[in-house]
Design a binder for this molecule. Structure first.
Ligand SMILES: [Zn+2]
Length: 62
C-alpha cells in the first residue's frame, strides 16, 4: 500500500478527487501446515481497519 495520506473533502479524496474508498481486508485465516498442505484452523478479525482512496491508494485520514 502507498504511504501517501489524503483527507476527505466534500465526500471526495483531497488528492485525486475520487469519490470511492476501499478498506484493507479486515479478517484473515489462521493456518497450520501438516501432511504437506495448509489447513485453516480459524478466522480472526482485525479491529482497526484503515480506509484507502480507490483512485490513488492514499490512506484516508478523517
Ligand atoms: Zn485519491
Amino acid at each position: 500500500m502507498a504511504k501517501a495520506k489524503a483527507k476527505v473533502k466534500k465526500g471526495r479524496c483531497s488528492k485525486c478527487g475520487a469519490g470511492e474508498f476501499i478498506t484493507t481486508p479486515n479478517q484473515y485465516d489462521v493456518l497450520t501446515f501438516s501432511k504437506g498442505k495448509f489447513e485453516i484452523v480459524g478466522t480472526e478479525l482485525i479491529n482497526d481497519f484503515k480506509v484507502f482512496c480507490r483512485g490513488c491508494s492514499a490512506e484516508v485520514i478523517i
